[in-house]
Design a protein around this ligand. Structure first.
Ligand code: S3P
Length: 165
């Protein structure tokens, strides 16, 4: 059932898996971060720096609501589940997968990333605490969960396709 929302923490591989699913299923993929950047004409880090997180969250929610009738895959920013209205929307629209990944693996992937404002200048403990504070939202919002910690991109896509067919 489409749209298929991919939710999960920063660095879990949502964008990569969304693109792979798009190729495998021959359906389009859209990314909420990318759509916000397009609408604002600025990078996420610039939006956070100039207008603050609440402004970004408003734009992110607006973009999410605009995806309702898309027959495709929607990859989402890791904080999309922070607002109840977004969680309710994802639960009642199309289908959704929580792309789960162990925090150690996530840290390996995004250790040197400077494009994610909520990650920059954070200690491992702080990132871990953020991850844990969000875990129940991801778990309770998604229709199903795929743990990709030990899966390749191909295997993860295959597992998701098995669940939605
Ligand atoms: C955020 C995750 C980012 C982006 C923004 C905030 C978050 O997206 O939306 O930096 O709050 O977790 P990714 O999950 O694609 O990194």
């Amino acid at each position: 059932m489409l749209p298929l929302y991919i939710i999960g923490f920063m660095g879990a591989g949502k964008t990569t898996i969304g693109q792979k699913l798009s190729q495998d299923l021959h359906i389009p993929v859209f990314d909420t971060d990318h759509l916000v950047e397009q609408a604002e004409g600025k990078k996420i880090s610039q939006i956070f720096a100039e207008k603050g997180e609440p402004y970004f969250r408003d734009k992110e929610s607006e973009i999410l609501l605009s995806t309702k009738n898309i027959n495709g895959i929607i990859t989402t920013g890791g904080g999309i589940i922070l607002r109840k209205e977004n969680r309710d929307f994802i639960q009642t629209t199309g289908s959704s997968v929580f792309l789960k990944c162990r925090i150690e693996k996530i840290m390996e992937r995004i250790e040197y990333d400077t494009s994610r404002p909520l990650f920059v200048n954070k200690t491992l403990d702080e990132v871990q605490a953020l991850y844990e504070s969000r875990l129940c939202f991801y778990e309770n919002t998604a229709k199903f969960i795929i743990d990709s910690t030990h899966l390749s991109i191909d295997e993860t896509s295959y597992e998701i396709i098995k669940r939605i067919k």
